[in-house]
Every structure is written in C-alpha cells, then in structure tokens.
Design a protein around this ligand. Structure first.
Ligand SMILES: Cc1cc2nc3c(=O)[nH]c(=O)nc-3n(C[C@H](O)[C@H](O)[C@H](O)COP(=O)(O)OP(=O)(O)OC[C@H]3O[C@@H](n4cnc5c(N)ncnc54)[C@H](O)[C@@H]3O)c2cc1C
Length: 467
C-alpha cells in the first residue's frame, strides 16, 4: 500500500454502549476493535522515520513497531514489542489521555485524525487474552536483596513487576483493602474494568511478589522498621489522595463530598446516592468521573461548574463527549463562592460568573470574578473535584527533602530521594498526573535500585526527562 492510499483511510470508529444504557451500570463503555478494523486502522500509520508519537508517549513505547507487527498479523510479537517498554499495556491503552500524549503528536493529526494508537495497543492485549496467551514474563533466578514498595498504584505495580522479573524479592504495602491505587479507587470501572487490575496482580503474585493490604506505612509500620526488617531499598509511590478544598464558607456542611473521597467510597462498595441535583466543581478527569458516577448511582440532574471556558477544560475531549452524551451539562465561566444550608445540610450553592483575564506564557488565561454577578443553584450535593495533594504520612520519621509543592523531591535521573535507600515516583513526586508518567518514573526507580544492588553508577548513560 502506498502513502497516498494509507492517507485515504479514515480513522476507524469504535463501538460504544448507548448513553441511555450505560448510565444504568458500570459496564465498560468503549468496545475494542475487531480484527478487520484493527488492521485497517493500523494501515493508516505512515511508519515515520522519526516517530513523534514515541516522543509524546511518556514511556516512549515503540509504537510504529507494534503497529507494523499488528498489520502484518503478528499480534503476539506486537504485544511483546509493546511490553518491552510498557509493563501495563492493558491499563495504558484504556486510560492514557492519548490525545495529549502519543496521538497528540501523530503526524496524521496535523491534517486530519491521528492514528488510534490507544485502541491498537488495546487490540494487542485483548487479542492475547481472548486467545489464552501467557502474558507473564519469565522470572529471573532469585537474588538476595529485597525491596519494599509503599503503594499499589501504577508506580508501585511497575516497580514490583520490573524488580520481581529481575529476581528481587518484593513486598507491596497498601493501606486500602483493594489494590491498584487510583486505578482501582479513582478511575471508575466503566473506563477500567476491575478484572484488568486483578489480572495484573495475579501476574505479579505468580512471580513471587507479596501484597499486603490494609497496612499503612507511617502509622502501622514505619519506613525505619522496614529497613530494620531487612529491606535493602524502599520505593514510595503513595500517590496524591488528599482532596483540595474549595476554601469557601459552608464547605463543612453535610452534602459536600470531595471528589476523590467520593470516588474512593463508591469504589470500596459504599452505597451512596448524592440526591437528585448534584453539582460537580472542576474541569479535569476527576470532575468528569464524579459526574458520570453520580448519574450511575441514581442522581438525575448532574452538572459541572467550571471557572474557565470549555476549550480550557483539562479533561480529554473523549471524556467530555461521553459526559455530554450522558446528559451532564457543563456550566462554564462560573465558580462557587458560598455553600448555603439549613440544619447543617446544604441546599443552595452561591456562584459567581467569571471572565477570562490575563493569559500566562502557556496561553492559559486567569479567570476573574465579575462583580455583582452572583447567582444561586439549588442542589442536594456538591462535589469539589479541583485537585489533589500528597499525604506524606508514609514518610513520618524520615528526614526527606520535599519540594515547595509538598511532594517528595528526587533526583531527576535516578528517582533517588535525599535518603540513599529510598526512591520515589508517580504522583507522590509529580503531584496529580497520569498513569503513564507514574510508570515512567517507576521504571527509572527500578533501574536505579538494580544498579545500586549491582554496585553500578546510578547515573551513567541516563538522560533526564522533562514532563
Ligand atoms: C478520578 C481519577 C481519574 C483519573 N483518570 C486518569 C486517566 O484517565 N488517565 C491517566 O493516565 N491518569 C488518570 N488519573 C491519574 C492516575 O490515576 C494517577 O496519576 C496514577 O494512578 C498515579 O499513580 P501512583 O502509583 O503514583 O499513585 P496511586 O495510583 O495514587 O497509588 C498510590 C497508592 O498508595 C497507597 N498509599 C498511600 N499512602 C500509603 C501509606 N502510607 N501506606 C501504604 N499505602 C499507601 C494508596 O492507597 C494508593 O493505593 C486519574 C486520577 C483520578 C483520581
């Protein structure tokens, strides 16, 4: 097929559950490609000599290679080509914000639609599972050193995967009763089915990784105790689970439930109905996940309040599209200023209209309140989902350098903290970010720990990554 012919193929469509059906349950919304559509989509790739998609992918997957193998019908080889760099393809293919990462850099996106890289990666994994293929890499001969991993999110999972397959004994300590970090208690199951997370942990356990849940490092056991128990290195991947507050009067009233707290409670099985009218505050994926979850748990009038314009919402376009299809309205250029209540329970939210003021170097403009434009919204609940910060309880008792954002400071090449046996990565270092960036940092941390155990230079031949 020549380039002209490839250029003439339109981006292949994916099947999705109908909006009226999906709001009644937590089933996965987006179906994968079938063989014919996957190969047709793979034919659209131009196999660029300097593939920009690889630069856009935080873990630099060899995307053109796995796409080429896929279109040649060599699916299993394509899967393993992807696994060379990505230990969690089933997860990344479903949750990565592809439009801002690999697909956002695809040359075909300049004059049309980019190659559907995420869906092609997902096809490889789904095909392997459907055909009963083994997804577990061979384990290495056991080595002496052992590693403690604090937190079972994508960062912790990646460290465990790489270290265990290199032969090191690993134990993951997780404070919640469930594993997967924000993949399990943040991202809803309709975007990431829980069986996928469970399968990743089964494969970690099959390579000897111990997983201890319901144990909080910092309170149930300290980092120093882990050292005393003989762990040669510790990786801290505790994420960013503390909700940022709105800072307005009335935030303590009943009916105010902060975004990640709300999702955690639902994902841990609590039956929660926020009432008929729900207002979610924020413009990112967390806000959208809260709004769509509220719909699925019985609320019938849900809307999002965002202080900038729709074009500035940090959530992915696909998520905004799904949200609107499901009937959630987005009220832009407005923000809450006070939560009113009766008998300790909220009943109204006072908001103010905003306009966009001065823009910074990145082109992001500051929202400015319009004086005298206050208005009221009747509501049964408000879900502020405006950001998260890192809870540093895990590092109590260890003198670690922190950044000015209260995240763990690490060497940008090695992920080593100011304490030489302690490495960190993911949201605990970056603040709330993405799964792929957490995976990237975890890979670098694992590489450093292996070098440390082998008495090798931690830095030689490594390049810094700028996010
Ligand atoms: C609602 C929501 C939607 C998101 N959507 C997307 C998306 O679509 N795409 C994307 O790429 N990213 C998304 N993200 C972000 C992504 O989930 C995170 O960037 C990623 O999970 C960070 O990985 P991590 O391993 O650093 O931390 P986490 O995944 O947060 O895992 C940290 C784990 O550490 C545990 N822990 C914390 N303290 C302790 C302690 N003291 N002792 C023991 N265990 C502890 C926590 O319970 C948690 O399980 C979303 C986040 C949220 C909240």
């Amino acid at each position: 097929m020549d380039a002209k012919e490839r250029m003439s193929i339109p981006r292949q469509k994916v099947w999705e559950l109908a909006p009226e059906e999906r709001v009644t349950n937590f089933s996965e919304v987006v179906f994968g490609f079938d063989e014919e559509t996957a190969i047709r989509e793979a034919e659209r790739c131009l196999q660029c000599k300097k593939p920009k998609c690889r630069e856009g992918c935080p873990i630099h997957n060899d995307i053109p290679r796995f796409i080429r193998l896929l279109r040649e019908g060599r699916i299993e080889e394509g899967y393993w080509a992807d696994r060379e760099t990505n230990s969690l393809p089933a997860i990344c293919s479903r949750v990565c914000p592809h439009e801002f990462q690999c697909e956002g850099f695809c040359i075909r996106g300049k004059k049309g639609e980019p190659v559907a890289i995420g869906m092609l990666e997902r096809y490889l994994v789904d095909w392997m599972v459907a055909n009963g293929k083994n997804l577990v890499k061979p384990c290495a001969m056991p080595k002496e050193e052992k590693v403690a991993i604090v937190g079972s999110g994508p960062a912790g999972m990646t460290v465990a995967n790489l270290m265990a397959h290199a032969g090191y004994r690993c134990t993951i300590f997780e404070s919640l009763p469930v594993v997967g970090g924000m993949l399990g208690v943040g991202i809803p199951a309709y975007r990431l089915p829980r069986a996928i997370i469970a399968a990743e942990f089964d494969s970690l356990k099959s390579c000897g990784v111990d997983v201890v849940t319901n144990l909080t490092i910092g309170s149930d056991k300290t980092l120093s105790q882990l050292r005393a128990e003989g762990y040669d290195a510790v990786f801290v991947g505790v994420g960013a689970h503390a909700s940022r507050k709105l800072g307005v009067e009335g935030e303590e009233l009943e009916g105010v439930v902060h975004g990640v707290d709300y999702l955690r409670r639902i994902n841990l099985g609590e039956e929660m109905n926020l009432g008929r009218n729900v207002v979610v505050v924020g413009g990112g994926n967390v806000a959208i996940d809260c709004a769509r979850t509220a719909l699925r748990t019985g609320s019938d009038k849900v809307f999002i309040l965002y202080r900038r314009g729709k074009g500035e919402m940090p959530a992915s376009r696909a998520e905004i599209h799904h949200l609107e299809e499901e009937g959630v309205k987005v009220e832009t250029l407005a923000a809450p200023v006070k939560i009113h209540g009766d008998n300790c329970r909220l009943n109204k939210i006072e908001c103010i209209r905003m306009e966009l003021g001065e823009c910074d170097a990145s082109g992001r403009c500051r929202p400015v309140p319009i004086e005298g434009s206050n208005f009221m919204i009747e509501a049964d609940a408000i879900v502020p989902a405006i950001s998260q910060s890192v809870d540093l309880g895990a590092i109590d008792g260890v003198e670690l350098k922190l950044s000015r954002w209260n995240t763990i400071e690490v060497d940008e090449l090695t992920m080593q903290s100011s304490v030489d046996w302690l490495f960190a990565g993911g949201d605990a270092v970056l603040g709330p970010e993405t799964a792929a960036k957490a995976i990237y940092q975890a890979k670098e941390a694992a590489e450093s720990m292996i070098r440390m155990f082998e008495d090798r230079d931690l830095k030689e031949g490594r390049e810094p990554e700028s996010f």
